[in-house]
Design a protein around this ligand. Structure first.
Ligand SMILES: Cc1cc2nc3c(=O)[nH]c(=O)nc-3n(C[C@H](O)[C@H](O)[C@H](O)COP(=O)(O)OP(=O)(O)OC[C@H]3O[C@@H](n4cnc5c(N)ncnc54)[C@H](O)[C@@H]3O)c2cc1C
Length: 367
């Protein structure tokens, strides 16, 4: 087959790049090592008619109109505003922190104007170091010790497998706190769940006469046989360069899917468990999509050091190593032979909209 461009990976970054290139008249071969498209956004409908997110719950949310319009070209969106409850002290408490969180936890009904002063008092009665030494101090300096201990301390331990004192203060630069009673998890202007599913949305993106998709092929095993004008790489950056500076670390998840014989399991689509049980959160998928079924499918998330690369670990060692790899990538980009895009190729935590924006920017610059 004739093609000018090879795109490695059929996730959000790869599919967006492939589509933008194809619309500019390029012939594109997309190579994906998995047996499915859509990367980490992959979803599917199970036998109970419930859309399950294979790699954990995904909510599309953005303030970027261009990213929203791009996504809407390939699917309609179901109106959805994400809400999360946090199970603490035997109660289900709204999270992120808002007036109702404070009322539920402290038994104090505040007005909008009193929230800042309340937090200020909490902070003054707490101890932390300045300049901020670590994640714990960063959170306590914004919300005080009680809210930190209730929602952040143990959750962070579970999520990262490390003490909050060992993690960078940068991970908690700005803890969202609402003075009002807005309990939505995201405050972005555009939010929703793709009516076609994420897999359907990405399938529509790849559905173009100039795009060919080849599944179950690891590019790094066949790259010596290919000589395209350009390669857009969305896989792991350290693997691309044969781990020449070492292996970048990822935090993984073990996901346990359970279907129960009941219509509804919990009071919100996602419930966090900061302090109790081994899992960090439970997602009830039908609450994301609004699908109706007599049964319900849940996802229990257990963080793990081993497995599929989910979250980057932004500590000093990994950040320094990332910079070395990105320098090598920049040389290939300057030579005009490669582009490196997406969460794995840039070793950056990106939301889906950020992946779309970053990809379109790079491809438009190239074109
Ligand atoms: C648990 C979890 C929840 C999330 N929730 C949200 C959310 O609610 N909202 C949000 O906006 N974002 C969310 N995200 C982030 C979102 O998943 C990412 O932004 C997005 O999936 C990144 O797309 P990508 O194309 O960069 O990477 P990926 O989806 O990982 O795609 C990369 C693809 O490249 C393929 N590949 C890699 N190496 C090779 C190779 N050598 N040869 C061939 N193919 C290769 C991989 O198999 C994969 O399919 C979440 C992430 C996680 C982990």
């Amino acid at each position: 087959m004739e093609y000018n461009y090879v795109v490695v990976g059929a996730g959000m970054a790869g599919a967006t790049a492939a589509r933008a290139l194809a619309e500019a008249g390029k012939k594109v071969l997309v190579i994906e090592k998995n047996d499915h498209i859509a990367g980490h956004c992959h979803d599917y409908k199970n036998t109970d008619g419930i859309t399950v997110h294979t790699y954990g719950p995904h909510i599309f949310h953005t303030n970027d109109k261009d990213a929203w319009e791009w996504a809407n070209r390939f699917t309609n969106f179901i109106y959805y505003q994400h809400r999360v409850l946090s199970y603490a002290h035997g109660r289900y408490i709204p999270f992120p922190i808002n007036r109702d969180t404070i009322a539920e936890l402290f038994g104090t009904e505040l007005s909008i104007n009193e929230v800042q002063q309340f937090l200020q008092d909490e902070i003054e009665h707490s101890s932390f170091e300045l300049p901020l030494a670590n994640f714990r101090d960063a959170v306590v300096s914004q919300v005080g010790e009680t809210l930190y201990q209730t929602f952040f301390e143990n959750y962070t331990r579970k999520q990262w497998g490390r003490d909050p004192e060992e993690l960078s203060a940068d991970l908690a630069k700005r803890i969202p706190v609402r003075n009002n009673r807005d309990d939505r998890y995201f405050s972005d202007v555009y939010q929703g769940i793709p009516a076609a599913g994420y897999t359907g949305m990405i399938s529509n993106m790849l559905d173009h006469p100039e795009i060919t998709v080849q599944l179950q092929s690891d590019y790094l095993k066949v790259r010596s046989t290919m000589s395209p004008e350009m390669t857009v790489y969305t896989g792991e950056i350290d693997r691309f360069f044969d781990y020449c500076f070492g292996k970048l670390e990822y935090r993984s998840l073990r996901l346990e899917f359970r279907t129960y014989e009941q219509k509804q399991y919990q009071r919100a689509a996602v419930v966090n468990y900061p302090n109790d049980y081994d899992w960090t959160r439970i997602t009830e998928f039908k609450q994301l999509s609004g699908e109706i079924s007599d049964r319900t499918t849940l996802c229990f998330e257990y963080p793990s050091a081993e497995g599929e690369p989910y979250y980057i670990v932004p500590d000093d060692r990994n950040s320094a190593m990332r910079d070395e790899y990105m320098e090598k990538a920049a040389e290939l980009e300057a030579a005009g032979t490669h582009l490196f895009i997406g969460r794995l190729a840039e070793y950056t935590y990106y939301n889906m909209d950020q992946v779309i924006t970053a990809t379109l920017q790079k491809i438009n610059k190239l074109l």
